[in-house]
Design a protein around this ligand. Structure first.
Ligand SMILES: Cc1cc2nc3c(=O)[nH]c(=O)nc-3n(C[C@H](O)[C@H](O)[C@H](O)COP(=O)(O)O)c2cc1C
Length: 190
């Protein structure tokens, strides 16, 4: 059975350069037999800053927006986070999206694709998010991919993939598929 892979675009900017990259990754993943792909756009989710009276780790959510976010994420078996770098780190909306839930993330693999305007491709944002992922029990897949110069790679709303990004994305998806398969085997008691 294919894994339910959720490709999450972490920018909330209406003119996000990462959105076309996330769409391209989702299309590439959907072409593979291991995945059934859903896209999640944090700009569309528009999740308010955490305003729950109880800790998310209780799973008791008072607000419809948190319940809706929980229902969006719960069915996922695995993720790819497509995350921009802002001022040397990952973005506040992504931290808030993670913090607002708990059990929904646990023990699920996550592939990491960062991007930035500059030459680092947002690799520091990946290093910054690792402890956060570990804390909620998301399992980062290796390798990750960092895409530099994102502004020059988006044309007419589409991502122009160079061969290194195609290979890099496939390597991320291979690793996520492997972790998802291993997780499914454990859950099935194999
Ligand atoms: C608040 C902010 C901070 C940024 N800081 C950096 C940075 O430190 N290094 C860099 O290379 N690009 C930086 N950029 C440029 C972004 O990486 C680039 O605009 C990217 O497209 C942002 O993702 P988005 O368009 O999907 O929102 C920054 C952009 C914003 C909006």
């Amino acid at each position: 059975m294919p894994s339910r892979l959720y490709v999450l675009s972490a920018s909330t900017r209406p003119t996000s350069y990462g959105r076309p990259l996330a769409r391209w990754i989702a299309e590439r993943a959907a072409a593979r037999p291991e995945f059934e792909v859903t896209t999640v756009d944090l700009g569309e989710v528009a999740l308010p800053f955490l305003d729950e009276p109880e800790y998310p780790s209780t799973g008791r959510y008072a607000h419809p927006h948190t319940r809706a976010w929980s229902e969006t994420i719960s069915p996922a078996d695995a993720f790819v986070f497509v995350l921009p770098m802002y001022n040397g780190g990952f973005t506040a909306p992504l931290k808030n999206a993670i913090d607002s839930l708990y059990a929904e993330w646990r023990d699920k693999p996550v592939g990491l694709v960062s991007y930035s305007a500059g030459p680092s491709g947002g690799a520091p944002a990946i290093e910054m998010i690792r402890p956060v992922l570990n804390r909620v029990g998301l399992r980062p897949a290796e390798p990750t991919l960092s895409v530099p110069g994102i502004e020059g790679l988006v044309e007419g709303g589409s991502f122009r993939a160079a061969p290194e990004f195609t290979a890099g994305t496939d390597a991320v998806l291979d690793a996520v598929a492997e972790l998802a398969l291993a997780g499914a085997a454990v859950r099935a008691g194999a």
